[in-house]
Write a protein that binds this ligand. Structure first.
Ligand SMILES: Nc1ncnc2c1ncn2[C@@H]1O[C@H](COP(=O)(O)OP(=O)(O)OP(=O)(O)O)[C@@H](O)[C@H]1O
Ligand SMILES: Nc1nc2c(c(=O)[nH]1)N=C(CO)CN2
Length: 238
């Protein structure tokens, strides 16, 4: 997704959560600097190579979410030919012996899993935003950067890309879309999860709107949104 298409939606997210744009830009620049001082040669070429190795052309991709029921939905994961796991879903799938093709995370949970995956050469899309600079600085230097896709929700800069999306889960779906996925499945998603905090509920409500936007742009229907589309206003999205 180009930034010009993403930006009006991003502005609504900033307003809704009260986040500052400057914090996101600072975080992006910290990640960029970390990446560019630690990769041999051209950081942008390193990231392009990682993305090129992760093509989902013609694939059915399971976008695994972090809802408590993921362990009970392994059948859906197994129907897919590739798996992109959001945050804790990577750890859950690892625990039950399911291998994944990519992890998408802002490192607020299981950073050790993210590090281990990069060491094994499994790509991890590491997201920097205004509220995770400390964890980015503390953890990313130990990662194998040849398997890191650095991302931002602000304007992309240098090697740091913006493929669209906000929460780890919907960013995972936008990443699969950007890398050519033919069809997306959503194991481990529960929008009506009473166990989550009010902030997380607000984030999940954005995730639902963003997935609805993505399915419209892809001319696909995501089962996970069945029964809730009428409540999802995306009229102002391109
Ligand atoms: N009931 C749910 N609880 C948590 N996440 C869910 C749920 N349903 C779907 N998801 C998706 O799964 C992703 C990963 O979940 P996890 O709880 O590991 O998230 P997180 O690290 O807190 O994510 P984020 O930082 O994006 O809020 C979320 O970003 C969200 O998009
Ligand atoms: N500034 C900021 N950006 C985010 C945040 C957050 O807490 N703060 N959380 C996200 C997913 O949980 C994604 N983006």
């Amino acid at each position: 997704m180009d930034f010009e298409t993403w930006e009006p939606v991003y502005e609504q997210i900033l307003d809704d959560f009260g986040y500052g744009r400057a914090g996101d830009k600072r975080a992006r620049d910290v990640l960029r600097e970390l990446f560019e001082t630690r990769t041999d040669g051209d950081a942008t070429a390193t990231v392009e190579q990682t993305l090129a190795g992760l093509s989902f052309e013609g694939e059915t991709v399971a976008v695994a979410g972090g809802a408590p029921g993921l362990e009970d939905d392994i059948e859906t994961v197994e129907r897919a030919s590739a798996v992109v796991a959001a945050s804790n879903a990577a750890e859950t799938l690892r625990t039950v012996g399911v291998s994944i093709d990519c992890m998408v995370t802002d490192l607020d949970k299981v950073p050790a899993t993210a590090e281990a995956l990069t060491t094994e050469g499994v790509p991890v899309a590491v997201h920097a935003h205004g509220d995770n600079v400390d964890v980015v600085e503390a953890t990313v230097p130990a990662f194998n950067l040849d398997a890191v896709i650095p991302t931002t929700q602000a304007r992309p800069a240098g090697s740091v890309c913006n493929l669209g999306g906000f929460t780890d889960g919907d960013r995972a779906a936008f990443l699969a879309d950007a890398l050519g996925a033919e069809c997306l499945l959503f194991p481990g998603w529960a929008f009506d999860d009473d166990s989550v905090t009010p902030e997380k509920r607000q984030k999940l409500s954005w995730a639902a709107r963003l997935l609805h936007w993505l399915e419209r742009r892809r001319n696909e229907r995501f089962d996970v949104l069945d029964g809730r589309r009428t409540g999802l206003d995306i009229s102002s999205f391109a």
